[in-house]
Design a protein around this ligand. Structure first.
Ligand SMILES: Cc1cc2nc3c(=O)[nH]c(=O)nc-3n(C[C@H](O)[C@H](O)[C@H](O)COP(=O)(O)O)c2cc1C
Length: 219
C-alpha cells in the first residue's frame, strides 16, 4: 500500500511539472510586444532628422554694399538653430563674381541657356533626412541654376521639402513650382520669402517672420 501511495505521489508530481511547463510557455506570450517596440524605434520622431540646405552669395550686394555673410545664409542658420537642424551649404565649383553687375550678367546667361553649373561638393548623407528646408536667393525671378544642379543630383522621393528665399522685391516668384518640378515624388510645402535687406540689416524683423512661419508649420 505504501508503495502504491508513493507511486501515486510521484505520478501527481510529474503531472504537476508537465502542466507547470505548459504554464511557462503561456507566460512567454506577453514577451511578443517587446519585439514590436523594437520595430517601432526606427520610425520614432527622435530619429527623424531635419536638414537646412541653402545657396547664398557674399560680396557686393545691391543697395546694401559688401556683405560677408549672404542674406539667405543668415536666414538658413537661424532656422537651423531654432529647430535643431543640420545645415548643408551648396557652393558653386567656380564661385560667382563678388561684383554685383558681373554676377547678375553671369546669372542671366545661365538662366537663358538653362545650364547646370557644377557644384563644389554634393551631400553624402541625404538619406537620413525626412524634412529638408531649401533656401536660395531669387535670381532673375527664378532659383539660381546652381540650386537646380544640386536638386537634380539627389533623390528627394518621399521627402518633405520646405522652400524659403530672400529677394529684392519679387517674393517667391513661383519658385516653389520650379523646386517641385526638379524633385518629383517629394512633397513641397508653401515657402517663405524674406527681403534680403531685412535679413541683413533688420534681423529682429526677419526673425519674427521666420518664427511666425515656423509656427504655422508646427515648429
Ligand atoms: C544675379 C542676381 C539676380 C537677382 N535677381 C533678383 C530678382 O529677379 N528679383 C528680386 O527680387 N531680387 C533679385 N536679386 C536680389 C537677391 O535676390 C537678394 O539680394 C537676395 O537676398 C540675395 O541673397 P544672398 O545674399 O543669399 O545671395 C538678384 C540678385 C542677384 C545677385
Amino acid at each position: 500500500m505504501k508503495k502504491f501511495l508513493l507511486i501515486l505521489f510521484l505520478a501527481t508530481c510529474s503531472l504537476f511539472l508537465i502542466t507547470g511547463c505548459g504554464g511557462q510557455s503561456q507566460d512567454k506570450t506577453p514577451a511578443e510586444p517587446e519585439k514590436k517596440s523594437v520595430e517601432k524605434t526606427p520610425t520614432s520622431s527622435a530619429d527623424k532628422k531635419i536638414l537646412v540646405v541653402y545657396f547664398s552669395r557674399t560680396g557686393e550686394e545691391y543697395s546694401i554694399g559688401k556683405i560677408t555673410k549672404g542674406n539667405t545664409a543668415i536666414v538658413a542658420d537661424y532656422i537651423a538653430q531654432k529647430i535643431g537642424a543640420d545645415t548643408f551649404e551648396i557652393k558653386a565649383a567656380t564661385p560667382y563674381p563678388d561684383e554685383y553687375e558681373a554676377c547678375t550678367e553671369l546669372a542671366k546667361q545661365e538662366l537663358e541657356s538653362n545650364v547646370r553649373p557644377a557644384i563644389e561638393k554634393n551631400i553624402d548623407n541625404l538619406a537620413q533626412y525626412d524634412t529638408i528646408f531649401i533656401g536660395y536667393p531669387i535670381w532673375w525671378g527664378a532659383v539660381p541654376r546652381v540650386l537646380l544642379t544640386f536638386l537634380e543630383a539627389n533623390d528627394f522621393s518621399g521627402k518633405t521639402i520646405i522652400p524659403f528665399c530672400t529677394h529684392g522685391g519679387s517674393g517667391l516668384a513661383g519658385t516653389e513650382r520650379e523646386i517641385a518640378d526638379a524633385c518629383p515624388n517629394s512633397k513641397v510645402l508653401s515657402g517663405l520669402a524674406i527681403v534680403g535687406k531685412t535679413a541683413q540689416n533688420d534681423f529682429p524683423a526677419a526673425q519674427k517672420d521666420v518664427d511666425d512661419w515656423l509656427k504655422t508649420l508646427g515648429y
